[in-house]
Write a protein that binds this ligand. Structure first.
Ligand SMILES: [Zn+2]
Ligand SMILES: [Zn+2]
Length: 348
């Protein structure tokens, strides 16, 4: 089969011929119906070098995947060939305290995981190929009625990651609260919809592209702002001076972190999801009182079940543009240029 592989750090991926995988005991091979192209893949191609993460190329790209059960390894029960499934992406050890509650994303024994701190498309072969080897059946979540693999694929990361970041702040988002989404790309446009579907917060979307702001409005943002030097003041003005109960930074560069900290309300949350590599200086006088600042990484398996439910009920509609495996690099180039709306999904 053909696969889009990253041969080494700081290189362009290449489309090459590889063997079809066969499942060992407890494993499952999924026929890929959709594999999302994530902005973090651009960092894998251009920015990372040996030592940045605990794994290395070569591997097949594609860490947000959905499709159909293709072949089932010995000892796997409860799945049928042809059944549509989403693939939970972070693959932990399966037995530590975090993995036991479905939080493989925060596995505490990464040395015992299939690859430390990664998964398919992140150190191991991912879904930008006809077939994907999934090392443990627990990572497969059956697709609910009404959700096809092309729509489901982005939900496993671009949906799950903002869902996790928003869910942990639900208690701070009653009626009368405000949530700010900085960066309305692949994750942010789903973040707006998740806020709309699961909270009563007023939603302010911030981006430097008019198209992205138009998309945010379409998905339910109450106010959209062009990002700039005065964005934090504009958020304060729009919230009667109080600031935002939750700021979700899907970009994560110095400027957006500064905006987030300046726009947060006392007792609010500033949650850094984007891996833009920026930093923020935190001290007694630099942020409003009791603002909690955290990073999040991906989400949990139980949360993926909830995200897929939102998707099947039409409450979460990823905007997707499909590409063939042959055109996968076009998808990444458009992602890089900022000319892609929503999420690119590769359909091999
Ligand atoms: Zn991703
Ligand atoms: Zn674990």
């Amino acid at each position: 089969m053909r696969a889009l592989r990253l041969p080494a750090w700081k290189t362009e991926p290449e489309l090459v011929e590889v063997d079809e995988p066969t499942p060992g005991t407890g494993q499952v091979v999924v026929k890929i119906g959709g594999a999302g192209a994530c902005h973090s893949d651009l960092h894998l191609m251009h920015d990372f070098e040996a030592g940045a993460v605990p794994w290395n190329p070569p591997f097949t790209l594609g860490h947000e995947n959905a499709g159909w059960v293709h072949t089932i390894g010995a000892g796997v029960t409860g799945l049928e060939v042809g059944q549509p499934v989403a693939v939970y992406g972070p693959w932990g050890c399966g037995v530590c305290a975090r993995c036991r509650v479905g939080a493989d994303n925060y596995c505490e024994n990464p040395a015992a995981a299939p690859v430390p701190g990664g998964g398919g498309g992140l150190g191991l072969d991912g879904g930008m190929a006809a077939y994907l080897l999934v090392p443990a059946a627990r990572h497969l979540v059956p697709l609910p009625e009404g959700l096809d693999p092309v729509a489901a694929a982005p939900l496993t990361d671009a949906g799950l990651t903002p869902y996790h970041a928003i869910r942990r702040s639900w208690s701070k988002l009653p009626p009368g609260s405000t949530a700010v989404v900085i960066g309305v790309g692949g994750l942010g446009h789903l973040g707006v919809q998740i806020l709309k579907a699961t909270t009563a917060a007023r939603i302010i979307a911030v981006d430097n592209r008019d198209e992205a702001l138009r998309l945010a409005e379409e998905y339910g943002a109450d106010l959209t702002l062009r990002s700039g030097e005065r964005t934090a003041e504009e958020i304060r003005a729009a919230t009667g001076g109080r600031g935002a109960d939750l700021v979700l930074d899907f970009v994560g560069v110095d400027a957006t972190l500064r905006t987030g900290a300046a726009a947060a309300r006392t007792l609010g949350d500033l949650t850094i999801v984007g891996i833009g590599g920026g930093s923020l200086s935190v001290g007694f006088f630099s942020v409003p009182y009791e603002v909690s600042i955290q990073t999040t990484y991906w989400g949990t398996r139980p949360e993926l079940v909830e995200v897929l439910d939102l998707g099947a009920r039409g409450l979460l509609r990823p905007k997707t543009t499909t590409f063939t495996l042959d055109n996968a690099m076009d998808a990444y180039h458009r992602l890089q240029d900022g000319t892609l709306e929503g999420r690119a999904v590769i359909v091999p």
